[in-house]
Design a protein around this ligand. Structure first.
Ligand SMILES: [Zn+2]
Length: 273
């Protein structure tokens, strides 16, 4: 549970998740969240008035501080902060806290005023929400579900390059859930819209928080059913069936896309036996 606005004092002992823009502070050279009493750690930020507790780790609370530029002790100190994507790829065990801290900080920053009547919002003390006292409008952190699906056809997997991808990697298909849709409907709609084929035998596999800025990736496996590849050029640069023995460059296994591709590969290896 998240506890807001805990009054800061020098005796607070815990893990410190300092968020500055899209980055978090990790200790050098061990790349951990700093832990201990704030004053003894020599952190690059001024002591805050209050902190938020965003979880527990090894029996100690994890505190989040949203660091504004003015709170940095030295402007250069912002280079000590590590991008959240880099935390995912290089310091994976810290990703859960980095992802949550970033999303909580973003929520608090973007919900100061009521979207309904414009009054100032207050924090609810027993759940992560903001409330407008005059009109009772209540807001929760935005979480935008995205389905992501690995489609197999005998010993081949469908991989595509998206128009928005900056990495040049081939990956599985993904798309945002629209209002009023089930996850399964999204998979069928997105696959058909992006590559023009139909799929069957959907199976939920796993999920991953994706704080860029506030998605939740919901991973499925599926089988090809019918149709020819016909790409939507607004979204897809190229898409094709790839033999599992000869894959192009795909996302790393820390990502849900990498995990889904790996699982599909294992399923095909088992099926060949
Ligand atoms: Zn209001």
């Amino acid at each position: 549970m998240i506890k807001h606005n805990i009054l800061f004092n020098n005796e607070l002992n815990g893990w410190w998740c300092l968020v500055h823009q899209h980055r978090v502070y990790l200790t050098s050279p061990v790349n951990q969240l700093p832990s201990g009493c704030f004053d003894e750690l020599g952190l690059p930020v001024k002591a805050p008035e209050s902190v938020h507790q965003i979880g527990e780790h090894q029996d100690l609370p994890v505190y989040m501080i949203d660091v504004k530029s003015a709170d940095l002790i030295d402007e250069m100190d912002h280079e000590l902060f590590v991008g959240i994507r880099s935390v995912l790829f290089n310091h994976n065990e810290m990703f859960e806290f980095a992802a949550r801290a970033y999303q909580v900080a973003l929520f608090l920053r973007t919900h100061k005023y009521c979207g309904e009547c414009g009054e100032q919002m207050t924090l609810v003390d027993w759940e992560l929400a903001t409330l407008c006292e005059p009109c009772k409008h209540r807001c929760y952190p935005r979480i935008s579900p995205v389905v992501i699906v690995a489609i197999r056809n005998k010993d081949k997997i469908l991989l595509a390059q998206g128009t928005r991808s900056t990495t040049g990697l081939y990956s599985v298909l993904a798309g945002f859930v629209e209002s009023g849709e089930t996850l399964e409907q999204t998979v069928h709609r997105e696959v058909f819209e992006e590559v023009g084929i139909k799929v069957k035998n959907l199976k939920y596999q796993l999920s991953q928080p994706w704080p860029f800025p506030h998605s939740l990736m919901v991973g499925f496996l599926a089988e090809y059913d019918s149709g020819e590849i016909n790409i939507c050029e607004d979204e897809i640069v190229t898409a094709d069936w790839f033999s599992i023995k000869d894959l192009p460059q795909v996302p790393q296994q820390q990502t849900i896309a990498g995990k889904l591709i790996h699982t599909t590969k294992k399923m095909m290896a088992l099926a060949r036996r």
